[in-house]
Design a protein around this ligand. Structure first.
Ligand SMILES: [Zn+2]
Length: 482
């Protein structure tokens, strides 16, 4: 009898927790894909983007999943019921915009995604069991973790890493986010005495709603440790990686925004700092787009000066605590020019992007530097395609996607002169979009690991074999393009 009472009490508690959680239901929301054929059409979409920002009340305006910077850039737009007719009036009927209704009721899609992510309530228990098994990865990778769980997972990885080989992994708190959450870098260094080793920087989760990104970076760290250090699982390629490179991994760049996207508004993108309102408006909006807040060509195209916009660039370069912390840390780590590759993981769209993103037709100089980076992007994309047959487009982000100034990859190459700087837009291509089910984490993770291996193999060949560029790269990169 007592047990029944306890169960009922527990049930009530769960109900309360769910009700207390103010997540959006997205009931009746529609998801459209708009393809503007002309400059004027892209301008119409941009004016809608500016006229109906998703703040100060997230979800009441239009939520653009990407930015309509040019013609022929397809844009996915989430439209609340109250704006459907205004949106259709502005867009439908224009011969230069192809409009496709992807989902009539996005509430169903969001509810399904939410259910799937709750299917693994005993994650941490299973996780501890899995740790003891030597034939598996250390973590389960079957759920999008909350901030606390993610820190616990990073801690578990570090501990297991050091059990396999002492002093190889270190957690470093490089600063904190606006609301006080920690920014934790996991360092994986097999030999701390080797001064010749180059470094690889990898970050995930700079944009809050891109949940597959931190999950993938965590997966990659697990593979590096499990298959690079555990004798029973040794994979020669991964073992070799740890011989050549030290890895600096920041799985969750924007923990405040990430938590907000779990607890309140699923499609939140920026950090959570408070801003003043736009000078011409009385609204007060929150958050800076951390990937428009970097110091190289800050303030240009594809970034907004309006704090209510999703791509708000902040009051100045590195005005956000999170990007300032990363700048400090990366600059310090690169003071001896040891960072060879700077990699940033986003979603979605399946792209491997190289600098520069601030302007169309802007490429690294000399042309050989651009050619080499393009070659690395090509072999990375090809390997990821061969893993799961998902096609990745490669090129500069401004050319193949949209112009966006103040991005981290432009800064790493343009300001820090890191030789290889790439941004990967993980799956999918829009069927699930940001709501990619957690069942895909391992699948996407293994694809990303194979891509990383191919990219680092290519970089190694380029750096050690003077013929490699001429014999292997030129066929895939038209040097005259740069
Ligand atoms: Zn992103």
């Amino acid at each position: 009898m007592k047990i029944w009472l306890l169960l009922i009490a527990a049930g009530l508690l769960i109900c309360q927790t769910v009700q207390g959680n103010k997540t959006f239901s997205f009931e009746g929301y529609r998801l459209y894909r708009a393809d503007p054929f002309t400059k004027e059409a892209a301008a119409v979409l941009r004016s809608l983007h500016d006229a109906y920002p998703s703040e100060p009340e997230p979800g009441l305006g239009l939520t653009f999943f990407n930015y309509p910077s040019h013609r022929n850039v397809k844009v996915d737009i989430l439209v609340p019921p109250r704006l459907v007719s205004a949106f259709r009036k502005a867009v439908a009927g224009r011969p230069d915009i192809q409009l496709e209704l992807l989902h009539r009721n996005y509430g169903r899609v969001a509810a399904q995604a939410d259910r799937e992510n709750r299917q693994f309530p005993r994650l941490m228990k299973r996780l501890r069991r899995a740790v003891r098994r030597s034939d598996q990865l250390i973590l389960n990778h079957n759920q999008y973790l909350r901030y606390d769980q993610l820190l616990e997972a990073v801690n578990t990885l570090a501990q297991q890493c050091n059990l396999l080989r002492s002093n190889t992994c270190r957690q470093q708190e490089i600063g904190s986010a606006y609301e006080g959450r920690k920014l934790i870098v996991l360092r994986i260094e097999k030999s701390q005495t080797d001064k010749q080793k180059r470094k690889v920087w990898i970050d995930g989760g700079i944009h809050a709603r891109e949940w597959i990104s931190p999950a993938t970076v965590l997966y990659m760290a697990d593979v590096l440790i499990s298959k690079g250090l555990n004798r029973r699982m040794w994979t020669p390629e991964v073992v070799a990686l740890l011989d050549y490179y030290d890895f600096l991994m920041l799985p969750l760049y924007n923990p405040d925004g990430y938590e907000y996207s779990h607890s309140h508004y699923r499609f939140w993108r920026k950090n959570r700092q408070t801003n003043g309102g736009h000078p011409s408006q009385s609204r007060v909006c929150r958050g800076v787009d951390l990937n428009r807040n970097y110091g190289y060509k800050w303030g240009g195209s594809g970034s907004s000066s309006d704090p209510c916009q999703d791509n708000y660039r902040g009051t100045g370069p590195f005005s956000a605590m999170e990007s300032a912390a990363v700048k400090r840390f990366v600059e310090q780590e690169n003071s001896d020019k040891k960072i060879l590759l700077f990699l940033s993981y986003h979603s979605y769209g399946q792209y491997v992007l190289m600098p520069f993103g601030f302007k169309r037709g802007a490429y690294p100089r000399p042309a050989l530097s651009a050619g080499k980076m393009s070659c690395v992007a090509f072999f990375g994309s090809r390997e990821m395609f061969s893993t799961n047959h998902r096609f990745y487009i490669h090129g500069t982000s401004a050319d193949v996607l949209y112009e966006a100034s103040g991005g981290s990859d432009d800064w790493a190459h343009g300001s820090l002169e890191v030789p290889y700087s790439l941004t990967v837009e993980l799956p999918d291509d829009g069927a699930y979009g940001f709501l990619l089910p957690p069942a895909y984490i391992r699948n996407v993770g293994s694809e990303a690991v194979r891509g990383l291996l191919a990219m680092l193999r290519t970089i190694h060949d380029l750096e050690t074999n003077t013929n490699f560029y001429r014999t292997r790269c030129l066929a895939h990169t038209a040097a005259s393009d740069y």
